[in-house]
Design a protein around this ligand. Structure first.
Ligand code: ADP
Ligand code: MG
Length: 348
């Protein structure tokens, strides 16, 4: 084992949760906490621990590159990231890695697809919600809602067309000094897909990646004809039932946006982290929306988009897209499926 893998094993807990499958391989699972402010879990089959650790290490290393480039809160030495772009709003264009430009272009397409409901230029508004949420979480007695006046003022600085990308010079410039980028609704899924594509390109045909619940199934399980089983979190966290259902996936992503993921409470009412750009308030249609489609970046973008849309509009959007399915969890717990979703649900 080389030193780098040894170092990473200190961070990654490797658990052998099952022995020998049909092919003689074993099932391994690795988890780490450092990236994208969440838990990443990798599941795969290999002949021994060293073989699996090599794959886990490759995934960690690749994901870390995206984590640093797409970070909006931290600086990294020698790297211009999304925070650098934000810090230079109205000041100067910032030279960036192509991986940032690709994410921004993908996000612009997602903006159009979402009819403006998913907007990475919403940073100024989301920052206000973020600050009030932090304060309200630390001091629940005095938790407050952001004043609408302030939100409206910030909303004046959220025009996605003020992101000026110069592909030839590899620079990004925010033309409005008061604006900032928040890639929270898309970076994790987009990075997960890029890492999956990298692993597929390296010849790996069977892996399950979960980056904070953004699940990407590569191939199927090691044994012939065995699909990956992936649970969908029950939004009712008090329920005994942890999962609403188990899905069976092969070469697909499953991503969920839910009101239970990140929220704070003001006067007994929960305010979560997905903000409707039209009301500047948390969207209030559902408790969760799940997407199944191949591309993890698309799945992530769509889950936040549908969360912000009335059912009929969301349904029309999903039904217009091939190979893409959705499930909506209403506030009363009832479920709505797009036309092809149920075929992925594991029957008891
Ligand atoms: P998770 O962080 O659990 O993956 P989502 O994918 O549902 O959550 O994205 C929520 C995050 O996206 C928020 O924390 C915030 O950073 C950002 N966000 C919230 N509302 C919007 C919006 N309307 N458009 C773009 N990004 C948003
Ligand atoms: Mg997400």
């Amino acid at each position: 084992m080389n030193r780098k893998i040894a170092a990473i094993l200190l961070l990654i807990t490797i658990l052998v949760t099952m022995t020998s499958c049909g092919s003689g391989n074993k099932r391994y699972q690795a988890s780490f906490l450092e990236l994208f402010d969440t838990v990443t879990t990798i599941i795969g089959y290999a002949k021994d621990e060293a073989t699996f650790s090599k794959k886990a290490q490759m995934i960690y290393d690749d994901l870390k590159v995206y984590h640093e480039l797409y970070d909006i809160y931290n600086n990294y030495e020698g790297i211009n990231n999304i925070k650098t772009i934000n810090d230079n709003a109205g000041i100067q264009p910032v030279k960036v890695d192509q991986k940032i430009i690709d994410l921004l272009k993908f996000s612009e397409e997602a903006y159009d697809m979402s009819k403006g409901k998913k907007n990475i230029a919403l940073g100024a508004v989301l920052q206000v919600w973020h600050d009030y949420r932090e304060e309200g979480t630390n001091d629940p007695e005095n938790a407050k809602l952001p004043p609408m006046e302030l939100l409206k003022e910030k909303a004046e600085h959220t025009d996605i067309h003020d992101i000026i990308i110069d592909e030839e010079a590899s620079t990004v410039y925010l033309a409005d000094p008061e604006m900032s980028l928040d890639v929270g609704a898309v970076a994790k899924g987009y990075a997960t897909e890029r890492v999956a594509q990298y692993m597929i390109g390296q010849g790996y045909t069977s892996l399950l990646l979960s980056v904070g619940g953004n699940v990407r199934a590569i191939g199927s399980r090691d044994e012939a004809d065995k699909l990956w089983s992936v649970g969908i979190q029950n939004p009712d966290l008090e329920s005994d039932k942890q999962y609403l259902m188990i899905t069976k996936l092969e070469n697909l992503s499953l991503v969920t946006s839910g009101d239970y993921e990140r929220y704070y409470t003001v006067d007994g009412v929960r305010y979560h982290h997905i903000i409707d750009p039209d009301t500047l308030m948390p969207a209030n249609y559902y408790t969760a929306v799940s997407i199944i489609t191949k591309d993890s970046g698309l799945a992530d973008a769509l889950s936040a988009t549908l969360f912000n849309m009335p059912l009929e509009e969301g349904k029309a959007l999903i039904e217009s897209m091939e190979g893409t399915e959705a499930m909506w969890v209403n506030k009363d717990g009832s479920l709505v499926y797009s036309s092809g979703f149920e075929k992925f649900i594991k029957k008891d």
